[in-house]
Structure formats: C-alpha cells, structure tokens
Ligand binder design. Structure first.
Ligand SMILES: Nc1nc2c(ncn2[C@@H]2O[C@H](COP(=O)(O)OP(=O)(O)OP(=O)(O)O)[C@@H](O)[C@H]2O)c(=O)[nH]1
Ligand SMILES: [Mg+2]
Length: 400
C-alpha cells in the first residue's frame, strides 16, 4: 500500500493544478470555486537520492523507478473538493471533503499566497485577502469535525471509563480508527495535553478541543501562486503560523511537466532548471511562457515547489525514511533477480521486523535475522532502520 497525501484547501487556490502537475493526470482546472466535486486520485512521487550510485549498480524498476540516480517513490495523492467555512456542519461539499481525507497520512494545505481569492474561493484583487485566515480556518474546520465525532456518545464513554473502569484509549481508538487515527496518535495526544484519562468526565469543552487538535493530521502549507504579487510578502507572514511553508507555483510545474511529456524540454520534478530539446522550434508564446517561468519562479524560488512540498511531507513532516529490501545481499537482487527494484517509505524508528511486516506478514512472523547490506552486518529484529538502508531479511517462512 503506498502512502497517501491529501491536497486540501478552500476552493480555487490551485489544488487540482497541484495534483495534475504531480500526477500528470488531466483533471478540470478553472478559475471559479468548486471546479472539483468528486475527488481525483492519482500517483505522484517523492524524490530521493537512489543508492544505486553508491553501490555502483544499474537498478531495475520495481515499485519505484530511478532516473539518473534519483529515486522516485510513488505515493497516492488525493485532490479534494474545496472546503468552505462551516464544512464540518455540512456546508459546501463539507462532509464529503472530510470523508476524503480519512486515509491520508498527511495533508498538503494549498493556500493562495497572492491573496487573490476570497474566503469562499471567489476571485478578488491580489493582496486583498489575507492567506493566514485560510490557514486558521482549515485548522478550525478539521478540529470541529473531529470534535463532533469525539463528542458523539461522549457521556457514554465517560460512564464506561468512570463507572465500568474501562480504559479510554481503546474506546477512542475504536471511534477514530475509521479516520486513520491510530493508538499511537491517541497516546501522543494524551502525553501532549496531560489530560486525565481516568476522569474524562472532568474535561472541559476547551480541553476536549485541545485534545482533538492534537489528533489532527500533520499538515504543511504549499504557498501557491507565488508568481503573482504580493505573494512574496505574504510568504513571510505565513511563516509565523507554526507550520512548514513551501513556496509553490503549481501552474509553472504543470506547464513544465506537460512540456517534458511532449519532449519539448527535459525537466525532472524538483529541478531548478529545464533544458529545451535540441532542434526544437518553439513558438514566441512558448518562449514567453518559459521565460516567465524561469524569471518569476525558478530563479527566485529555486524550483516550482510542488515536488518539494510532496517530498517534505513525507521526509520532514512525517519523518519517513527510504528503505530498499533485497533478497540477495551480495547481488542486491530480489527473488526475480531484479537489482534494487523496490524502495519503501517507512516512519523513522521502524525496526527490521516491523519493516518485514510492511512487506508481508509471513516475513515478519518467521523473522530470523536481517543483513544490513552496507556494513554486511547481521542485525536482529529490533534493529532500527536508517534512511537509505538496503536490507535483506531472512525468514523461516519467506524471503525478501
Ligand atoms: N497564477 C497562478 N495561477 C494558478 C496557479 N495554480 C493554479 N492557478 C489557477 O487557479 C485557478 C484555480 O485552479 P484549480 O486547480 O482549479 O483550483 P482548485 O483549488 O482545485 O479549485 P476547486 O476545485 O474549485 O476547489 C485556475 O485558474 C488555475 O489556473 C499558480 O501557481 N499561479
Ligand atoms: Mg479542484
């Protein structure tokens, strides 16, 4: 199962443009609210240095591909319908939106940094809407949505804990597992808030709200429309809200990727430049558009930001690492003889045995030992994986 990221935000900020640029899927994009009604789901990639160069091998494609030493690991991207204030009460396409993000590991909150869309997503003059409002509003919607779910049958949960002496954690776990919220999240939120789990009846409404806001999916901000002034000014203020902020121009990324697809130019997502294909005659409009992208986006920002937002969501926000499983620690092959075909994204802290379990439950059940290929050391089930580890698992039941 690939990791999942949800692209969220109010209407008309560029979510579908971001999605389309990241997946190359053709989806409706237009300058009015609620262009997207049903979610779009597609495959995008996170980008990392592949280990093939270090091991001096040419790898074969498997669950991921390597392009010139850069490994592209697939992740599922969900482009959601726009969210408007009151969505948690079902306003706009509210409930449907909130349903779409249940399985997401993380959220990319696309914000119109140029301030040219109002709080409902209608076009307005650039700079007339403060994008910080959109950040607070989305957090509020997510919190209220969760609060509503937690508060449903809260009194019953209190009686089960304070009367029947049941444990609150599994009660919450059961209630929230359908939203992708797991035991770990609940334990972390408990530690963070210091709330008394033996006496939930004593929690005030504010305390319940604080608790659910700790359960919110991790998110980063993609400050989009950076090509439109005064986005650069707003970018600074967006930085003060306690989130990671990645400046973006989804429109530029989409144009570059479509041009690369047609072999007009060579460009890999995340690159800081592009190269026009030799013998390619461009129209004056194409030259103008590409010059604008270079001057307004790539030079000032270093990249279009779309790839950075995706990669940072997994590597920084979720603190994931890339791990390469192989069967043969000498040849670096899998059971089909393919060299380094697969790369998995797993959270930092994952052990060798847990990693075996993400590949196949049999592999974990029969776990004997693993070889950390770089050092050729045998490691036990509790070995904590490092980024870019190549690992060969020996199991009584199956090989990887
Ligand atoms: N200038 C500029 N315009 C952009 C950028 N990204 C998207 N847009 C434009 O913003 C408008 C809305 O884009 P969409 O991708 O349809 O926005 P959305 O957030 O999916 O909108 P809904 O589906 O209605 O919620 C379109 O006119 C896009 O061309 C960007 O980076 N810069
Ligand atoms: Mg859309």
């Amino acid at each position: 199962m690939p990791r999942v990221v949800g692209v969220v935000g109010k209407p008309n900020v560029g979510k579908s443009t971001f999605f389309s640029a990241a997946t190359l899927a053709h989806v409706p994009i237009a300058n009015y609210p609620f262009t997207t009604i049903k979610p779009n789901i597609g495959m995008g990639y996170v980008r990392t240095h592949c280990v093939c160069r270090e091991f001096n091998v040419t790898d074969n494609p498997g669950n991921s591909t390597c392009v010139n030493g850069i490994r592209l690991i697939p992740v599922e991207i969900v482009d959601c319908a726009g969210l408007v204030p009151g969505a948690w009460q079902g306003r706009g396409l509210g409930n449907q939106f909130l349903d779409e993000i249940r399985q997401a590991d993380a959220l990319i909150h696309v914000v119109d940094a140029s301030g040219s869309t109002d709080s409902e997503g209608k076009p307005c003059d650039p700079g007339t809407h403060d994008p910080r409002e959109d950040v607070r509003f989305l957090e509020h919607e997510l919190d209220m949505w969760l609060l509503q779910i937690v508060k449903k049958e809260w009194d019953r949960a209190v009686r089960r804990v304070e009367g029947a002496k049941e444990d609150l954690t599994p009660i919450l776990e059961e209630k929230l597992s359908g939203l992708g919220i797991k035991k770990d999240h609940i334990i972390r939120a408990r530690a963070k808030t210091g709330l008394n789990f033996e006496r939930p009846g004593s929690w005030s409404d504010d305390q319940i709200l604080r608790f659910v806001s700790e359960l919110r999916k991790p998110l980063l901000i993609a400050a989009n429309k950076m090509d439109v002034s005064p986005a650069e000014k707003n970018l600074e203020t967006l930085g003060g809200l306690g989130h990671m902020v990645v400046p973006c121009c989804a429109e530029a990324e989409l144009a570059l990727r479509r041009a690369a697809e047609k072999e007009i130019l060579s460009y890999l997502p995340g690159d800081s430049n592009f190269k026009i294909a030799e013998n390619r005659q461009l129209t004056p409009e194409q030259v103008n558009a590409l010059t604008r992208i270079r001057e307004k986006v790539l030079l000032p920002l270093g990249s279009t930001g779309v790839q950075d937002a995706l990669s940072l969501a997994f590597f920084k926000l979720l603190q994931m690492i890339a791990v390469y499983p192989v069967e043969d620690p000498e040849k670096l092959t899998d059971h089909k003889g393919r060299i380094l075909p697969d790369a998995y994204l797993v959270p930092y802290g994952t052990t060798a045995k847990e990693f075996a379990g993400t590949i196949h439950s049999d592999l974990a059940a029969g776990f004997l030992y693993a070889t950390e290929v770089r050092s050729k050391m045998r490691v036990a089930d509790d070995y904590v994986l490092k980024d870019n580890d190549v690992i060969s698992i020996v199991s009584a039941k199956r090989h990887a």
